[in-house]
Design a protein around this ligand. Sequence first.
Ligand SMILES: [Fe+2]
Length: 719
Amino acid sequence: MTATVQERRRQAVGELIGRVKAIEAADGVTRASLEKIKSELTALASRTELFPPAHFANPAGRAGTIYHLAEDPDGRFALYGSAGVPGKAQPPHNHTTWASIAGVYGDEHNVFYERADRGEVPGEGRLTKLRELTIRRGNACAMLPDDFHTIEVTSTEESLHLHLYGKTLEDLPDRITFPSSGGGKYARFMAKPEIWCPRITAPEVRALIGEMRAGGGELAILDVREEGVHARSHLFLATSTPLSHLELRIGRLIPRLATRIVLVDDDESLAQRAGRVLRRLGYRDLHVLAGGQAAWKAAGYELYSGVHVPSKAFGEHVEHRDGTPRIAASELKAKLDAGENLIVLDSRPMGEYRVMNIPGALDCPGAELVYRAFQVAPKPETLVVVNCAGRTRSIIGAQSLINAGIPNKVVALKNGTMGWHLAGLQLERGQSRMALPPTAEALAKAKSAAQQVARRFSIRSISVTELENLKRETGRTVYVFDVRSPEEYAAGHFAGAISAPGGQLVQATDTYAAVQGARIALVDDHGVRATMTASWLLQMGWAEVFVVSDAPLNSKELPFRADPPAATSIKAEQLKSRNDALVLDFATSLQYRAGHIPGAAFAIRSRLASHLASFTGPIVCTSPDGVLARFAAADLSALLKRDVPALEGGTAAWQKAGLPMETGETRMLEPPEDVYYKPYDHKSQVEAAMQDYLTWEVALVEQIRRDPDCRFKDYPPAS
Ligand SMILES: [Fe+2]
């Protein structure tokens, strides 16, 4: 396999930084050592093929763009690609760290100066010109921290130059600039430069996906638009990670900072903002899809509507492939009315079950089915019906029981609770009947069934020691998921494991695992739930899935907690008397609709900049638990250049104080496109939405046939 441009560039840049560090460490920062650094940079910049214009283009309307190429975790040894249009110029400035510039293409004319004064007049200075040099492919310059220079792009075409600094430009607050080549009153220079991620073309992303599938490296594709926008159209493997929530979600989605990440949006603007957030958090291998989704479509590639598409498409694929038996709602109703020997198991989590369920059904979420089936359906003659809201979890749930070889006849309820509702039948609401956990006898049967599944799908079991060894391997991500119920997880779990109830992990894999090609280790207590979950993840195309056999379940610490920025806070009782304050609510639009502080406006964090003109009075930020509110308050404080407080404890604290709430979409700063609305989340035309949803889901099986990004794995049938 030939390495991609990105891979060869990463390699070459890494080697350059290594050599530069060695030079600096051996010789310090002197004119002589900078000469050596300059030669190294010239050699890298001469490898033009590593820096294609498509990756470092200057978007229309911009005079210049600084692209990030490397930076140590502590901000040292920062390398950039500086793209400029003809005429781009910077007045005399220093760097306060050493710097070297080498040409890739185009001409950048440099004039070098030194300070001629000794700071006699505060705020002013004089410059003396030393020399000049046009930097183009093959040559370079180097400067000490106190040297000054001007730059001007003098070629008729766009230019690209590599700029290497002793320290990141994002942390050089004391750089100064003079108004003219003679000096004068100086000012701060680019205190907060906007640094971009290199772009990557659609065919290149496609190639990276192919490489990942062939075992050639991990890849995460993040759609940083709001989830409701994502649901209209997105790439098959794009995980919805809205910029608005990025800091809160990224740690668990992409635990390894060196993971290769492609950021996707409509026009590169949100993606570049997301890139800056991720870089601040320490992520280093960041790329923005050039031309956004439109470019993906223009390349002739598939785009999908809906959410959790890989999982939904997989469910349809399984039904097609395995011929999962199903029962229509009307037929099930007739059997129930006739008092036939059957049990309905609802494979959704309790929260969804409570909203509506098939009359008489027990809740038994996804991975719990094989674990509990021998307990709740001990007689082989009992028909087992598995339902969910629509299709995926009924299909996967029923097929789980079939694959596990339970003696009962098993069927999936066609189209789930939606099919039931569309058939004009009544649903129960507000129930909380859970299928019982297995007794020793039922558990023994469940374990034996799971072992059969483990053999068929060649599921690998590893010890905690082996898991620790995997985690120590650099260059690979290992997700550790606890597939038991959230309640069991809360009572005690394997340290570092993330709660991912097995059924949900299969149903919405993208919300848990954004890194394609990562390893997945599953933890539970008796191996049944982990084995069943592993069998599905393997079939979905995750190549390395393990069941951890002996994990101690004794930790109560929650991994990957994001630290919200320091923000001033206001207590609910204080806010109550602040009638002048505009409360901005960063709950989801669904949560906002269900209940918010009276007068509060629904806002989307990533879109605050477009409302600044209307934010003239006092503002308070809130969110359900007050965490996202602190991020938003920090953003707004920076945008408005004044202190914006967050409500301490968020809207929950307001409610806890017994203060009134208001419902409905009463004050919407943005359309409710922050989250995906399930058919039954709609206020009207619910039936049409249900029908559309079911049609969409069934059609996925055709669409994925056209898409090489989708690669499910088929195993030989059970013998
Ligand atoms: Fe400079």
